[in-house]
Ligand binder design. Structure first.
Ligand code: ASP
Length: 336
């Protein structure tokens, strides 16, 4: 029988209604009591690490979760983390960088409806997660939601209300789960060669600038005084405006001169960026050697930068680490 540690952090799955709205009040033990069937495939213990709405989740909480997994790593065969759905994709991506090459599964789940409601997705999601975490072929950081298993760096919340809230972006589902039966589409545990590696530092000085037509470049100069890296969410496959009022080129040149990191990505969810296609992207990318997220999700790009900048400040190393694939985060390898 597999031993699983279920770590509760809050979210809708653990929420009850109150006068001020839904808030996490259900404990980790109570959560587990709603899925008695899970005893058939695992022996689960619980840990109440947090009980917060994931809107309040911060990098220090990601470090807490990673530290809890590390502390209990030898004692358990797998981990299930119950989490709010709103920032679940960020936490899953962050954990993908903080706990790498894990032969043991670290599953993140949650629900669109509280577990104590009669009609809810919470029981299925929790039971599926315990089932997947107990499977011999499962490994690494994943999201389990609505019967799908998504690589931790590929999840995105795309629906605010429906049960099928999460999609796997630019990458296939790893597995599906139906009636406690797991069907693997990607069965690659045997390819794991390096041992599990834990990290315990992040640099959260990463900003995101989403472009809109008419945006002024001055905002980049403002951000420069507060952040070590900026991700610019551009349009389509990627480019930067060069209209008069928005001298983005000069603002970015200054960022690079100051030894800061600039990553270009796209506002379009699917298929990723490629700055080398249009004149508005190619020249500036070549001239300044900007980093580009390609097929990575925004959540993975943000947390990967926080992880990298927590390890090094050296631009060459930042570039090498950024383009190194971690937990399936980047596959598109155009010439950079
Ligand atoms: N606001 C909630 C949270 O992210 C939403 C959810 O869990 O579905 O904690």
């Amino acid at each position: 029988m597999k031993r699983i540690l279920m770590i509760a952090t809050g979210g809708t799955i653990a929420s009850k209604s109150s006068e001020s709205g839904l808030k996490p009040l259900i404990t980790s033990d109570e959560l587990l009591s709603y899925v008695p069937d899970a005893r058939r495939f695992c022996q689960a213990d619980t840990l109440q690490l947090l009980n917060i709405d994931s809107t309040n989740m911060q990098p220090r909480h990601w470090l807490m979760i990673a530290a809890a997994v590390k502390e209990h790593y030898d004692a358990y065969d797998g981990f299930v983390i119950c989490h709010g759905t709103d920032t679940m994709a960020y936490t899953a991506a962050a954990l993908s960088y903080l706990v790498q090459n894990s032969p043991k599964p670290i599953v993140i789940t949650g629900a669109q409806k509280p577990i104590d409601l009669e009609i809810t997705d919470a029981k299925t999601n929790l039971s599926d997660s315990l089932c997947f975490a107990s499977h011999d072929k499962a490994h690494g950081v994943t999201i389990v939601f609505d019967g799908k298993v998504i690589a931790g760096t590929r999840g995105k919340k795309e629906r605010t209300k429906s049960y099928n809230a999460f999609s796997s972006i630019n990458f296939p589902y790893i597995a599906t789960i139906q009636d406690q039966h797991v069907i693997f589409y990607l069965d690659d545990k045997a390819l794991l060669t390096t041992p599990v590696q834990f990290y315990d530092t992040l640099n959260s000085q990463v900003a995101l600038l989403k472009l809109i037509p008419s945006m002024e470049a001055g905002v980049l100069s403002y951000l420069a005084s507060h952040y070590d890296a900026v991700i610019i969410e551009s349009f389509g496959v990627g480019g930067l405006p060069s209209y008069e009022s928005g001298d983005f080129h000069e603002a970015i040149r200054q960022w690079i001169r100051d030894g800061k990191t600039v990553v270009m990505t796209t506002q379009v969810t699917n298929e990723g960026s490629n700055m080398s296609i249009y004149e508005v992207g190619k020249t500036i990318k070549q001239e300044l050697g900007l980093l580009e997220a390609y097929d990575m999700t925004l959540e993975a790009t943000v947390t990967k930068l926080m992880w990298i900048l927590g390890q090094t400040k050296e631009p060459r190393q930042i570039r090498d680490m950024f383009y190194q694939t971690v937990n399936r985060d980047i596959l598109y390898t155009a010439t950079w």
